[in-house]
Design a binder for this molecule. Structure first.
Ligand code: SRM
Ligand code: SF4
Length: 521
């Protein structure tokens, strides 16, 4: 432990970590299975197991959510089938009606729900056999590492991010086995690696964002640092004034993580993200410390590329850089998947593509490598007609929602179902000529990233007619991709039951929506 850490009055999580490193709980899984979830130590059950990727859900007592790690959001059909089998076999029962589910997350990842403590050890083995891991996906760890969803298939990409995301994950998790050294950060740590000019990964809201840039004719990355969202703290990353070639990505990331691990604040959990260290030191000192750890001088940032693109959502059919092949982006309403659909996706990826399935931070998915000759058969598949269309409604297309109170203990409101219902009604009532990105988040933690949306909602409560009702604070003006910036709060505590008409007005006033005549009468 460094002097900087020693001097601090450690918060409760730090005190518990100091007693027993939570990754070591892996050795006790059989014991937990024997004693059952109710007899477990509360910290170990509700927090410690998150180091292994298992999140106890007080909303469904005794049931755990499993958060995967899917570097760059890319899965094989075999892996998707294994995950579908886990949902089918282990995620059913109380609180899950007749079937378990999985959700695509805002970090290009999957979460599976409804797992019992008795099954965790078996599931970890099943994942390992399939080359998958869920280790270190929660608490004071690096989250899923996001990369360009069209890496390797986009004709206009600058850097293929797939290998980088993979080697970063392997280094940080010790090849999925768990890494005692790099899993004791002061708080969570988000990494995004952009590969194209449209910054499809929202690099600016990550603790470490890498943006492709040419320096003296060589392609590498400009480094931005310190982006994060926490309740009432919505902060964009700032430039480190550093450029690195791709081969230095892992070394620079590990150096920065060490600096943060050894010097980051560990007192008030609300003030432990890396930006707090940067604020405390100033960016110059932070850069110097990272440079020292890195072991060689950091080049200054490359000049900003002036030909950045608007962000794409990848829904629809697009030709790949490989002649005769296409990638097809499917719209998955608020990211929700069921086991039968996961099996179908695996089959379709094999029959029409090369078995690959990709996830996006918009909670949608892409099936790549479909030959021109197979395209029409693929597009005629029932799953595309019935559930995952390539032509969603103008509002549904950009709809993103966090988990909300269906499963999340922090949630102040219900999100996913409400998001779908309101958008459905508005699409019936309005003529919309431009897509509008609407993001929902059930509490100020902002997992649904409302600050990057055209219109964003943050769950809260308000009083109406002497009742306490679910409500939202409304944000507007978030911009992603080119000239990305966060939106601003424009309204407070709008009751959810009044929300549809408020949003309708916003759409008419700011996004050129017209009210359909038949709904006026
Ligand atoms: Fe998040 C905590 C869900 C992306 C900020 N987030 C949680 C927990 C684990 C709380 C809990 O234990 O119940 C939620 C699990 C609910 C559940 O059952 O699903 C949760 N976060 C999610 C997901 C699933 C939202 C979604 O529906 O897509 C996303 C999973 C990403 C992944 O695959 O790893 C998710 N969370 C985010 C993001 C967006 C991002 O990363 O781009 C943010 C804001 C960005 C950031 O972190 O800087 C985010 N989540 C938080 C925070 C606030 C962090 C802070 O510094 O205060 C918490 C609370 C915490 O960590 O104490 C949190
Ligand atoms: Fe849960 Fe809040 Fe995150 Fe939504 S924003 S998943 S309600 S912690």
């Amino acid at each position: 432990m460094t002097q900087a850490v020693k001097k601090q009055k450690l918060n409760k999580v730090e005190q518990a970590k100091a007693k027993k490193h939570p990754l070591l709980l892996k050795q006790e899984l059989e014991h937990f299975a024997q004693i059952g979830w109710e007899a477990m130590d509360e910290f170990e059950r509700d927090f410690g197991l998150k180091w292994l990727g298992f999140f106890h859900r007080p909303v469904t007592p005794g049931k755990f959510m499993m958060r995967m790690r899917i570097p760059n959001g890319i899965l094989t059909s075999t892996q998707m089938r294994v995950l579908a089998e886990i949902v089918q076999r282990y995620c059913q029962g109380a609180g899950f009606q007749d079937q378990g589910n999985a959700d695509i997350t805002t970090r290009q990842n999957l979460q599976l729900r409804g797992i019992r403590i008795e099954d965790i050890a078996d599931i970890i083995k099943i994942l390992a056999q399939a080359g998958l891991t869920c280790v270190q996906s929660g608490m004071d760890n690096v989250r899923n590492i996001t990369g360009s969803p069209v890496a390797g298939i986009d004709a206009n990409e600058l850097i293929d991010t797939r290998g980088l995301c993979r080697i970063l994950q392997d280094a940080i998790t010790n090849n999925g086995e768990g890494n005692l050294e790099l899993s004791d950060l002061p708080r969570k740590f988000n990494i995004a690696v952009a590969g194209g000019r449209d910054n499809s990964v929202h690099a600016e809201i990550n603790d470490l964002g890498l943006l492709p840039a040419y320096k003296n004719g060589t392609l590498g990355f400009n480094v931005i640092v310190g982006g994060y969202f926490a309740p009432n703290q919505y902060v964009s990353a700032i430039p480190l004034d550093a450029w690195i070639p791709p081969e230095d990505v892992v070394a620079l990331t590990l150096a920065m993580m060490m600096v943060y691990r050894e010097n980051g604040p560990r007192e008030n959990r609300q003030k432990c993200r890396m930006m707090h260290l940067i604020n405390q030191w100033g960016i110059e000192k932070f850069r110097a410390e990272v440079e020292q750890r890195f072991g060689k001088p950091l080049a200054t940032a490359a000049e900003k590329d002036e030909i950045d693109w608007e962000k794409r959502d990848h829904i629809g059919v697009y030709p790949q850089k490989q002649t005769g092949l296409n990638y097809v982006g499917l719209h998955v309403p608020v990211g929700r998947l069921y086991a039968n659909e996961m099996f179908e996706l695996a089959r379709m990826a094999e029959v029409y593509g090369n078995g690959e399935i990709r996830l996006t931070v918009e909670q949608n998915l892409i099936i790549p490598h479909i030959p021109d000759t197979r395209l029409s058969a693929f597009l005629a598949e029932p799953l595309l007609k019935e559930r995952f269309t390539i032509e969603p409604g103008t509002l549904n297309r950009g709809l993103v929602s966090c988990t909300g109170n269906e499963f999340c203990g922090f949630a102040i409101i219900e999100t996913k179902n409400r998001a779908l219902a309101i958008v459905k009604e508005l699409e019936q009532e309005l003529i919309l000529t431009q897509p509008v990105r609407i993001h929902w988040t059930g509490c100020p933690n902002s997992c649904g990233q409302p600050q990057v949306a055209d219109i964003g909602f943050i769950g809260t409560k308000t009083r109406k007619d002497d009742r306490t009702v679910e409500a939202v604070d409304i944000w507007m003006g978030g911009k992603v991709g080119k000239d990305a910036h966060l939106g601003k709060e424009v309204m407070k505590r709008v009751a959810c039951e009044d929300l549809k008409s408020v949003v309708r007005d916003l759409l008419v006033e700011h996004f050129g929506a017209k009210i359909k005549e038949e709904t006026l009468v």
